[in-house]
Design a protein around this ligand. Structure first.
Ligand code: IPE
Ligand code: IPE
Ligand code: MG
Length: 230
């Protein structure tokens, strides 16, 4: 099935509340969130999705207790190590969004390894946003533009966008937010300017293929006007 959403972006939220509802520590929720990611990556290509961007750790998430931050870093490494063979076999290309220079060395090494190993895959691009913030991304893009000595008069939206972490990727058609919050929390704030938004009260660990399909069916019924008259 193809619902016309080439790029789906997901704010993987609600892990902590999912765990709390079970009387478990938050990290149990993050681990269950990893299982949800596995399910969604498996389901996405057959639903016509070519790019899947997932918000794993924001530039604001450093405010959390050090133990939770460390657990999230460990889970990234664990995900990449345990999943890389299957992802590669399924022709998934892994890329990362965000400022990786602030991440622990062990994360950066695993990230580079995953990118290198999957760089020629083209069935699905999985973009993992790790230490990602939309404003931080825009500032970093502006910095590299200035460094490149770009002629200010030649700068347009397309050129600017090519300096973002998502350079070369289409803009997201659909942003999905589990956990019920009605905000973007600094995710893809440039790229999502005309994305459709789907919010569900389900927590991220409850996500699976049928829920993704339901979101895509809702998307396909929306009328996108892009400021015109439709
Ligand atoms: C999302 O789940 C995971 C990250 C932000 C890293 P949360 O940890 O924010 O879960 P809630 O929102 O507290 O339920
Ligand atoms: C957004 O969730 C970030 C990620 C899912 C990685 P948060 O839980 O950090 O967002 P807020 O704090 O509710 O806006
Ligand atoms: Mg949250």
């Amino acid at each position: 099935m193809n619902y016309g959403a080439r790029h789906v972006a997901i704010i993987m939220d609600g892990n902590g509340r999912w765990a709390a509802a079970r009387g478990e520590p938050r990290v149990v929720g993050h681990r269950a969130g990893l299982e949800a990611l596995r399910r969604i990556v498996r389901a996405a290509p057959s639903l016509g999705v070519e790019y899947l961007s997932v918000y794993a750790f924001s530039t604001e998430n450093w405010k959390r207790p050090a133990e939770e931050v460390a657990a999230l870093m460990d889970l990234l490494v664990e995900y990449l190590r345990s999943e890389i063979d299957e992802l590669d076999r399924e022709h998934v290309r892994i890329v990362f969004l965000g400022d990786r220079t602030a991440l622990p060395e062990r994360c950066q090494l695993e990230m580079e390894r995953a990118e290198r190993r999957t760089e020629s895959n083209s069935r699905l691009v999985l973009a993992i946003a790790m230490n990602y913030g939309g404003r931080d991304e825009i500032v970093r893009a502006a910095r590299s533009l200035l460094r490149s000595g770009v002629d200010p008069e030649s700068l347009d939206e397309e050129r600017f966008a090519s300096y973002l972490d998502t350079g070369g990727m289409p803009d997201p058609d659909l942003v999905i937010r589990p956990g019920g919050e009605l905000r973007l929390s600094n995710f893809l704030i440039w790229q999502a300017n005309y994305a459709e938004i789907y919010v569900t009260p389900l927590y991220w660990p409850e996500f699976d293929g049928p829920v993704l399909q339901e979101a895509l069916e809702t998307f396909a019924r929306r009328e996108r006007r892009f400021g015109g008259l439709g």
